[in-house]
Design a protein around this ligand. Structure first.
Ligand code: ZN
Length: 434
């Protein structure tokens, strides 16, 4: 697939995925259209060779090709990413009424950069759990789709120091303004659900997991369209690159994509990368105690965006390890194991990039700055699988509007496709003679 077609699909995916649940639904629909069979964890499975399957758990998804090769011979080629992004989540009892405005109280999810959330045309999306008249609980996705809320800034005239030292009080300053009357949020939500789901039975709402999002669509910007800008590039960009690689690969090798929720809050949950989801699937793929032997021949490429060199703040990067936008995917290295890349897994990823004719960059954080982390070290530690942490460079990580290079997601997808197609058991290829 050429870059422009790839980017058009990526922009569409970003706009249709305002929450992890929506991202997973989008991926499941696209994979389903291309022959992936959806499995339920509660069922017993009979998997066919050269079959394509997917499993959804909450805001997380695993999709895989069983391939035509024996797992014990071939090992597994795995790509990991995360579906969640820092955001503002609607509290369980959110209704506030102040100064003739219906406001919604929110909880900050993850390490959000909060200032960019002010004065944005916000909407709301997520999952709602309801009870029908027979007492049955069920869940539905909801998305208001149009701008319905805002966090208005305080005018400069009322705070002359705003440009010098305005701090954000997370409890006081972030309440969303939703309406000029005081109708309860739950009744507005039920109306929206009825609009979106014509088949919704008579029911009442019990609970929700709903977040605010910016309605400005994803776009290509820059005089020559060289930048790609959107909310949630970290890390839906990697989910999309991984999914397109899974769709583009030749399906001969055992290959897998895992996209986890809750990375931004530490991954320790039933659907997070520090939970059981991936292991539970792998144990069903590799029964009879064979999993450790399969994993010894496997490789995980953990794809999550990296900090690109920022033109206003070049001093924030180490000079030799400062990736630039449109310079290709980044290998992330950290001696203190905040990234799981080793010399061996890094060398393997470089070879996949070489084979795909994709340029590759390397990131190491400055010694006086802490770097972030990814699902890589957690999955590597949990499974004992060789792992490379990689990702596309971007600016403004954890802002409500992030910017990446227009070339890089497509380049990452090409390198991941080569990885999925590689014939030699990947980890074995890295074994060095003593
Ligand atoms: Zn991330």
């Amino acid at each position: 697939m050429e870059r422009d077609e790839f980017n058009a699909g990526l922009l569409d995916f970003l706009d249709r995925s305002p929450s992890p649940y929506h991202a997973v639904a989008q991926m499941a629909a696209r994979l389903g259209d291309r022959g992936f069979v959806r499995l339920a964890e509660r069922d017993s499975w009979s998997l066919k060779p050269v079959g394509s399957y997917m499993v959804v758990r909450g805001g997380s998804l695993v999709a895989f090709h069983t391939g035509s090769a024996e797992y014990l011979e071939a090992g597994l080629r795995m790509v990991g990413a995360h579906t969640d992004s820092p955001c503002l989540k609607v509290k369980p009892l959110p209704d506030l009424c102040s100064a003739h405005s219906r406001q919604l109280a929110v909880e900050v999810y993850g390490g959000a950069l909060l200032a960019p959330w002010f004065d944005r045309d916000l909407s709301l999306a997520g999952r709602v759990t309801l009870e029908d008249q027979r007492g049955q609980l069920f869940s539905r996705l909801v998305d208001f789709q149009r701008p319905v809320a805002q966090i208005p800034s305080l005018a400069i005239h009322l705070d002359r120091q705003a440009n010098e030292n305005r701090t954000i009080d997370r409890q006081r300053d972030l309440n969303l303004v939703l309406a000029s009357d005081c109708e309860p949020f739950a009744s507005l939500l039920l109306q929206r659900l009825r609009e979106q789901h014509a088949d919704l039975p008579k029911s009442r709402i019990h609970a929700w997991d709903i977040s605010a999002y910016d309605t400005q669509p994803a776009a290509l910007i820059g005089v020559r369209g060289e930048y790609l800008t959107s909310a949630r590039l970290d890390n839906l960009l990697s989910c999309y690159a991984g999914m397109q690689a899974l769709l583009a690969c030749d399906r001969r090798q055992p290959t897998l994509l895992v996209c986890n929720d809750h990375e931004e809050v530490g991954s320790r949950s039933a659907t997070g990368a520090d939970g059981s989801f991936l292991r539970d699937i792998l144990e069903r793929l590799c029964p009879g105690g064979s999993l450790p032997r399969v994993l010894a021949r496997s490789l995980l490429v953990s794809a999550d965006n990296a900090h690109a060199l920022h033109p206003n703040y070049p001093q924030k990067h180490d000079g030799n390890h400062a990736p630039r936008l449109n310079g290709g995917p980044v290998l992330k290295v950290n001696a203190n194991q905040r990234y799981a890349t080793s010399d061996q897994s890094g060398a393997l990823f470089r070879r996949f990039c070489d084979a795909a004719k994709v340029p590759m960059q390397t990131f190491v954080a400055r010694n006086d700055l802490a770097c972030g982390s990814t699902i890589g070290p957690l999955v590597a530690a949990g499974l004992g699988v060789a792992t490379a942490d990689v990702g596309c460079p971007q600016w403004g990580m954890h802002s409500v509007r992030e910017t990446a290079g227009a070339d890089d997601a497509h380049l990452l997808h090409r390198a991941l496709t080569v990885f999925y197609n590689c014939v030699a058991p990947p980890a074995v290829a890295a074994e060095s003679a003593p």
